[in-house]
Design a protein around this ligand. Sequence first.
Ligand code: ADE
Length: 255
Amino acid sequence: MSEPRLVIGLISALHQEQSGLIEHMNAAQTTTCGMRNYVKGRLWDTDFICVLSRLGKVAAAATAATLIERFNVTHVIFTGVAGGIDSNVKVGDIVVADSLIQHDMNASPLFPRFEVPLSGLSRYPTDKFLTDQLVKAAEEFFQHDFKNQIDTADRSLFKLEAPRVHSGLIASGDEFIHSEKRRTDLKQALPNLLAVEMEGAAVAQVCFEFGVPFSVIRTISDAANENSPTDFVQFIERVAARYAFSTVKRLCGGN
Ligand code: ADE
């Protein structure tokens, strides 16, 4: 019997969160659909379709639906950066989502706050196997590749001393969180929340509705506070791509 076909749809919002991977692809073939480029090829013996969604939930949902319906991916992974919400989650740490929620979904009093109307759901769990594999890949990255991949200047600039891997709740919304007040309000409303970004929960909802296993891996670029606009830009320019490249490589069994 032949092995089941595995085709991973890999989404990032911005090119800085994925660059290096497309360049590394074998036999890459690009198709444009809905103003996005879907690049199909092989990475470390695994079939991938890489795409940049741009920012926000609508952009991410449209991209995920296209990957599933038009490109027939069997799994979806979102890789990118996030703002840290929990005080134990520091810049340079990696958060792999075990579930995702839309922090700006609020149809109350018709439906409970955060619940996606008529779905009965507010939290979308990620695929356990994929999530465990991503946690393992992130741990291997920190153990074996981190010091070679991130140079001393960047490690000292971002104070990346002993970065850690976390797994837990990520929230998404169409808002760049950049104040201590917004950070603490979100933490109060969602006490288990680890990190915040702008796409993951939209991808989660689409994948859930199509029955496609998915997960989300995010590197913390900023602390979702007043320094975030500067920290975010510096982080994505200098180090985000190297985190993505090495964790995807480790996920595929490369070393
Ligand atoms: N992605 C990275 N940092 C973020 C933040 N502070 N808010 C929303 N999305 C982010």
